[in-house]
Design a protein around this ligand. Structure first.
Ligand code: AMP
Length: 174
């Protein structure tokens, strides 16, 4: 399946969750096994020989895409969640939003010192969430070997917040 075919499974929803936002809805892609399989393979492709120990999936669609990517790479799947959802001891990182701030967490045993970590989400917009995940991985002693997204919203320039992360791999650009 080529990228144009993959793109056809992403549904554009104008003005969600608020006016002026074009929401890129990947749920139709999740409904189609061939598309999900192809998306996971395309997201994982540059990292096949990268010796990834942990794929860090970001809540919530990053969990769903992260599972098949972790299987493709033979890596463990770690979860980065909004504050208050994880039951065990956590590392925490707060980051700025347009208004206010947000906090993400990761269990302290998800990444061990020296682990090679791939940051993963369905989409990078401003990059704030992914940058917080990078910080979590590094605080735990991990080495971030790249970041991968199915979708990049290029106009928002989120990759700039991931300064020093190489490669930043995006399959579809809008
Ligand atoms: P950011 O921290 O701004 O890069 O936001 C990334 C997170 O917000 C990802 O987990 C995305 O799933 C979600 N997100 C942000 N903007 C959109 C959008 N236009 N369509 C779909 N998801 C979005």
């Amino acid at each position: 399946m080529n990228t144009d075919q993959l793109r056809s499974f992403v549904r554009d929803i104008p003005d969600f969750p608020k006016e002026g936002i074009m929401f890129r809805d990947v749920t139709p892609l999740f409904l189609e096994p061939d598309a999900l399989r192809a998306a996971a393979a395309a997201v994982a492709a540059p990292f096949r020989d990268a010796g990834v120990d942990r794929v860090l999936g970001i809540e919530a669609r990053g969990f769903l895409l992260g599972a098949p990517v972790a299987l493709e790479l033979g890596a463990g799947l770690g979860l980065v969640r909004k504050q208050g959802k994880l039951p065990y001891h956590t590392h925490q990182v707060s980051y700025d939003l347009e208004y206010g701030s947000d906090t993400v967490e990761m269990h302290i045993d998800t990444v061990e010192p020296g682990h090679r970590v791939l940051i993963l989400d369905d989409l990078i917009a401003t990059g704030g969430t992914a940058a917080a995940a990078v910080q979590l991985a590094r605080e735990a002693g991990g080495e971030v070997v790249g970041a991968a997204f199915l979708i990049e919203l290029s106009d928002l320039g989120g990759a700039k917040l991931l300064d020093g992360i190489d490669p930043i791999h995006c399959v579809l650009r809008y």
